[in-house]
Design a protein around this ligand. Sequence first.
Ligand code: COA
Length: 374
Amino acid sequence: MNQVILTGTGLFTPAESISNEELVESFNNYVEKFNSENAAAIEAGEMEALAPSSVAFIEKASGIKSRYVMDKKGVLDTDIMCPRIPERGNDEPSLLAEMGVNAAKQALEEAQLDANDIDAVLVACANLQRAYPAISIEIQDLLGIDGFAFDMNVACSSATFGIQTGYDMIRSGSAKRVMMLNTEVCSGHLNFRDRDSHFIFGDVATAVILEDAELAKNKQGFEIVDTRLVTKFSNNIRNNFGFLNRTAPENRDDDDKLFIQEGRKVFREVSPMVAQLITDHLADNNLQASGLRRMWLHQANRNMNDFIAKKVLGYDPTEDDQPTVLDEYANTSSAGSIIAFHKHKDDFKAGEMGVICSFGAGYSAGSVIVRRAG
Ligand code: COA
């Protein structure tokens, strides 16, 4: 089996950001307007009044303080409450491909590679903007890469599933150098009129380069020590959007065609599942949690990550043990753990180890143990 090394990462961050204060003000204006327009029905008990959102709740319950978005104006406009992203012609790059290319170029630079050194492109994300052709094939074309490309969707866990897929391809020899991207316009599938979830997501794109270690030019990369994936069916995070929606037009615009979740149940069920996955994964590689320099966890909820890291490490984690990026980026679905890795990997010394871990809908979770080379 070929050894595999991760030699580059890239991050595309949208230009616009929305603070909790701005988001809550817009949401509460919507609530006030809704309640006043429906005052008679609410008074008569025929309709429930909507409750306002609060910055204090959002920060305490999730740790999120802001999120980047591709269109701030549409999201904050109480008559729209959705990003407005004009449709592009088929001869123009799609939005996801454009975001992905931006992240890819950074990752290639760190890996000291040209695009034509890559022979496989994977887009692994939760929110693909169209059915086909694959966004990854479009990115392959925009960058001028030979070989093959495909898209895969394992929701928020997609990054670790993508890394394992690339790792397996390089180990077996079906590819030498793989580019794995996580392109997310989560604002497009978020219901900004839903108090329980309107604050959760942000937009971003990340990229990772995996190589056959013998070919790597960047000798300071991270060896992939081992990967492990797990899935267990649950309806607690769900999005029923799909091409069959048009066959039932009476339900086409229902709330379940956007992101919905039972957040409390997700928190209770997924946190122990993830802690167990990492603990077992380390043990099966004869590694101790005390040997980990850092964990780059999926960025959904600060309290959830503190719980998982404490369970694995056996003590209250510091920011250095388990860095947070969701305060600034919110939940960026598949990209979260890779943003954390991208921003918090350069201080690693040769031989130090860490775990990249993503988790989410499915349920699904993945653990990637890495060791700094060089
Ligand atoms: N502003 C103010 N109050 C709010 C609110 C808002 N925006 N949204 C909900 N509340 C209220 C609820 O109505 C509830 O009130 P009650 O106690 O009077 O009934 C209370 O706050 C607690 O709601 P709950 O939904 O139980 O909050 P929580 O502490 O579980 O936090 C999440 C909600 C979503 C932040 C949290 O459950 C979470 O992040 N879970 C994990 C989700 C996850 O990882 N998903 C993966 C997606 S990829």
